[in-house]
Design a protein around this ligand. Structure first.
Ligand code: ACO
Length: 424
């Protein structure tokens, strides 16, 4: 809290309403509007563009400058010097692990990678052609029924066990979704492999052919997990917090987050972006699609462009572009036609007055789809992989919220329906 105050004068009110102003460690000051309801007013902020719903010490974004910090560390440094499980530890526990803590954490995650055998029967109820995100919503929600012990919300150890179970089992469930859609047998986790390699192995090995994990691919997969791990109060994280604020089972809360993530304006963007690049198909058609994106009468938007918070280049997009270069070079596919379309599209948009004026820059999903496709991952699995990565962000925010006294989340509304009336 600062000494600064804001005063709100409202027509018809004799006295100004005094509002306290809080300062975070960095970032804009925040006006505490909670006294307004006692005066019979609410604030109106569709899409929460100007509203902070909580205090948080996990992730900081400066959208104007293109900065993303996890527990204070820049994402570029983390992507360069750390790995996904270390980032998971950092996000959840708030500090980088020592070598011993890291080894212990990795072992804990490995110990939890298998899912209850009955979970595999659960899959049989789904259609083979179901979207894997639909299956993920179901099976992750079902974890609430399989792992209901150790969910005392007031117990830090129980919360850590829940987080470890989720981080460990979500890749197993994600790979099971893929195998189910292919009609192939599920592949058990292999605890001799690192997190990313294990995921690729569960996706691509079969009982009749081993899959040799390419280290460049494993590194790229680990980067993708890292770059999507957390992004403060986005739609899915806010959903997890809102669901969790009622004291709901944490696995069910994560299933709610997966649901919110699915849409093309959020986690579905990388799938939508790749579909768009495929639709464009050739560099010669880039201008046509840029023109469509600018046309007010055409609902088409350039997928992978724009962000609610970043009004500058998404720092994750820079790292992802580098990873994309590495993977395509390793595959000898630097002249990949979709990559060429992406490069030309990026250049055309960045030089275009419409995109400059609206501060629309490529976001992380602009390049992640090309990388995932190069790794052999089908488009329908892209958002599932985002969900795997983001699980640690969701559960860290949930943990932060439930470990402190908190109120149930309950937004208010501007009612525009009928006034009270009698039935005829
Ligand atoms: N292509 C063309 N125009 C766009 C785009 C785009 N990708 N994004 C925004 N605009 C335009 C809008 O038409 C609007 O124009 P107007 O002011 O003339 O009406 C203006 O820019 C502001 O757009 P909003 O939708 O109001 O911005 P908001 O912050 O609500 O939305 C969002 C952000 C949803 C990400 C949006 O930019 C978008 O739809 N992008 C494409 C989808 C995408 O890539 N999503 C991934 C987000 S990152 C993530 O989840 C990891």
């Amino acid at each position: 809290m600062t000494d600064k105050k804001a005063y709100l004068s409202i027509d018809g009110l004799d006295e100004k309403i005094e509002l306290k102003i809080s300062s975070g460690t960095i970032g804009p000051d925040v006006i505490d509007v909670s006294p307004l309801s006692a005066n019979g007013y609410f604030t109106y902020d569709p899409g929460f563009v100007s509203t902070a719903a909580c205090e948080s010490g996990i992730t900081y974004i400066d959208g104007g400058k293109g900065v993303l910090l996890h527990r204070g560390y820049p994402i570029e440094q983390l992507a360069d010097k750390s790995d996904y499980l270390e980032l998971c530890y950092l996000l959840f526990y708030g500090k980088l692990p020592t070598a011993e803590e890291k080894a212990e954490y990795v072992e804990t995650i490995q110990r939890h990678t298998m899912v209850h055998e009955q979970v595999s029967h659960f899959f049989n109820g789904f259609r083979r052609d179901a979207h894997p995100m639909a299956i993920m919503c179901g099976v992750v929600g079902a974890m609430a029924s399989f792992y209901h012990e150790n969910t005392d919300l007031t117990c830090p150890e129980d919360r850590a066990t829940t987080a470890a179970r989720l981080v460990a089992k979500i890749p197993t469930l994600a790979a099971m979704c893929y195998k189910y859609s292919k009609g192939q047998p599920f592949v058990f986790p292999n605890n001799d492999l690192d997190y990313a390699s294990n995921f690729l192995n569960m996706m691509f090995s079969t009982p009749c052919s081993d899959y040799e994990v390419n280290p460049v691919f494993a590194k790229a997969m680990d980067r993708i997990f890292m770059l999507h791990a957390d992004h403060e109060q986005n739609a899915s994280t806010s959903t997890v917090r809102l669901a969790g604020s009622s004291g709901a089972n944490p696995y069910a809360c994560i299933a709610a987050g997966i649901t919110a993530l699915w849409g093309p304006a959020h986690g579905g963007a990388n799938e939508a972006c790749l579909n768009m690049l495929e639709e464009i198909g050739d560099e010669s058609r880039v201008d046509e699609f840029v023109a469509r994106a600018k046309d007010k009468n055409d609902p088409f938007r350039l997928m992978g462009f724009g962000h609610r918070v970043y009004k500058n280049r998404d720092p994750r997009a820079t790292v992802m572009q580098k990873t994309c270069d590495e993977v395509l070079a390793q595959l000898g596919r630097s002249d990949d036609p979709l990559f060429k379309v992406a490069r030309k599209l990026e250049k055309a948009a960045l030089e275009d007055e419409y995109f400059i004026e609206k501060k629309l820059y490529p976001n992380v999903d602009f390049y992640s789809g090309i990388v995932l496709r190069a790794l052999g991952i089908p488009t329908s699995m892209f958002t599932v992989i985002f969900a795997v990565s983001r699980t640690i962000g969701w559960i860290s925010h949930w943990n932060e919220m439930v470990s402190e006294p908190h109120r149930i989340g309950r937004p208010r509304q501007l009612y525009t329906g009928s006034a009270e009336r009698d039935l005829p």
